[in-house]
Design a protein around this ligand. Sequence first.
Ligand code: MLC
Ligand code: AMP
Length: 516
Amino acid sequence: MSTSNQNLYAALRAAFPADLDTWAVETDQGLVYTWRDLDRASAMVANLLQSLGLPEGARVAAQVDKSVEAMVLYLATLRAGLVFLPLNTAYQKAEIGYFIADAEPAVVVCTPAHFGWVSKIAFKAGAQAVFTLGDDRSGSLLERAAHHSDVQTLVPCAADDLAAILYTSGTTGRSKGAMLSHGNLLSNAQVLHAYWGWQSGDVLIHALPIFHVHGLFVAIHAALLNGSPMLWCVQFEPSQVIAWLPRATVFMGVPTLYVRLLADPRLDAEAARHMRLFVSGSAPLLIDTFRAWQARTGQTILERYGMSETTMLTSNPYRADARHGGQAERRGGTVGFPLPGVSLRLVDDRDHPVATGTVGHIQVRGPNVFQGYWRMPEKNREAFTADGWFRTGDVGQQDGRGYLSIVGRNKDLIISGGYNVYPAEIESVINELPGVVESAVVGVPHPDFGEVGVALVVARPGAAMVPEAVLAALKASLANYKVPKRCVLVPDLPRNAMGKVQKNLLRDTYRDSFAG
Ligand code: MLC
Ligand code: AMP
């Protein structure tokens, strides 16, 4: 164990207000937590984890509903110097089975209702303990933690010690664990804190899930690093967010959240008057949404761009950015400038930088860039250039003023309501169904989720197959957001001369599936 202390929790804790008895979190269920509550509860859970005598680098996996206690578990894992592995609650048995077998967590925390099957998978993969945590503070994790001291000695960490592993799928459909260190997370949190002008009196409305970068890191770190309280939606509900706007100053959401808020007529300039900053990211914000928000609230959404492997990379300016000719404008349809400390370049297929204004592959470097994929050395070699640039898989263009626009992706990825869906994963499940010859899943525009999957399925001649049955079968084994919203039986799939399915043609054919 290293002796220099770069443990992320130390920095977060140092920013707690002097008066620990003021409110830190208020939930939509009426629960209020003070800063002292967060500190004591995370100490107790950290002491419980430490009492297990786990080796350095041991993983703590969590598939639990959003709750303040789930955040406390994350903070406790940091305090104990262990590695947090958050898992989307939508994942089903086979998906969880893969993550646990791959990551081999020493501790798994799941909802009480799932203990039976999760513990079977976890113990088979060598877990030492499986705890439960319900969304109502029930379960063995808190029961066991109650026997431990509420004072903890922070485990010191080096900047490159791992803090978290976030699974993110690849083009092959096989998920890879992105390893993020304390230094990665802290440097990004500090940069965003300064760049977005966090100030005394800020209050964050936290409405995102806490098992991905946006809700877990960008939102929580920013609030804690500013000693700012959070208004906490267990589940995103537009009317709750609108009711809270007069008490808050900052909101973060994926574009779908903005679309749904706009659908509520109670959203207007008066309701948003107290707000200082609206941030959007994780998926492209349509220019129509950007403009509608401006027209309705008088406020300009700040769009930023990031990914699991790097946390945040670029942002539109919050205030005039001296590095970019004093630009202060938040430009819709762009994701702004590289954040301070982040180097970004656009390159051609041979990794040579392209001229300004030309479309290129986005590559990045910086203290925020992850430590590599968990146990996948060959993927790490592919992911980085020889001189250390990370290939994001996104394609972009920078204008003369330096604003970056994301214009496409060279990874076959659908982003639906801010969640990533990899067509290859869905196709492989469809192709296993009886009577299926082959399939293709493509992303098409959707008014609510931005983009959703459509499955084109070729059935064996004579096979009795209906699209509804295909979707029902997918629902039984995949996280619900991955299930295509439409399935069409087709006689064959269009292919190019190399035999590759021409997904662009399919996208064009089905692009209006959800129009209007
Ligand atoms: C739910 N469904 C979705 C979906 N969410 N389908 C596609 N895409 C989604 N994102 C399914 C449901 O299971 C349901 O199916 C049907 O669609 C309607 O669901 P709903 O009730 O409307 O969904 P809801 O529970 O309200 O959730 C929608 C949502 C949620 C937008 C609030 O998806 C969400 O919180 N998204 C945010 C994701 C996020 O945090 N991403 C950040 C990743 S980090 P059925 O069949 O059951 O009826 C990252 C890096 C970065 O990307 O840069 O930030
Ligand atoms: P994830 O792997 O879940 O972290 O998703 C990261 C991906 O989301 C990026 O590689 C981008 O393709 C996409 N993304 C994130 N923010 C934006 C944005 N503001 N605009 C367009 N795409 C985005």
